[in-house]
Design a protein around this ligand. Structure first.
Ligand SMILES: [Zn+2]
Length: 126
């Protein structure tokens, strides 16, 4: 699957984000080895610390459906600049595939692609 297609899906998923406190709407699209795509959005909470990122929401969605082999993840938001996964999300993604392609996009669909190992060098692994 092309990166641009995953970015479009992440942008579409972003519309369902629940972000009444920050106003930062984030969507993710996670591609499995089998070719399935699972989306996720950020879900904020008034207590802030309980907020869940779009990337982790996508992983939870996929694992809940029985998928554990991930090839790529696109993440996009409603702001300028590339939407970089936070440290917690990088570690969660690393659990399933350290060599996963990570595609980070801005509000317009401009994107950049990197390997997860570049975003999380010397990671804590199995
Ligand atoms: Zn995160």
């Amino acid at each position: 699957m092309q990166a641009v297609e995953l970015v479009k899906m992440a942008l579409a998923a972003r519309e369902n984000a629940y972000a009444p406190y920050s106003g930062i709407l984030v969507g993710a699209a996670l591609l499995t080895r089998e070719g399935r795509i699972f989306s996720g959005v950020n879900v904020e909470n008034v207590s802030y610390a309980l907020t869940v990122c779009a990337e982790r929401a996508a992983v939870l969605n996929a694992v809940s459906a029985g998928y554990r082999h991930f090839e790529a993840l696109a993440v996009a938001w409603n702001k300028e600049g590339f939407c970089r996964p936070c440290g917690a999300c990088r570690q969660v993604l690393y659990e399933f595939n350290p060599k996963m392609r990570i595609i980070t996009a801005d509000y317009s669909g401009e994107y950049q692609e990197q390997l997860l190992t570049a975003l999380l060098p010397d990671a804590f692994g199995k």
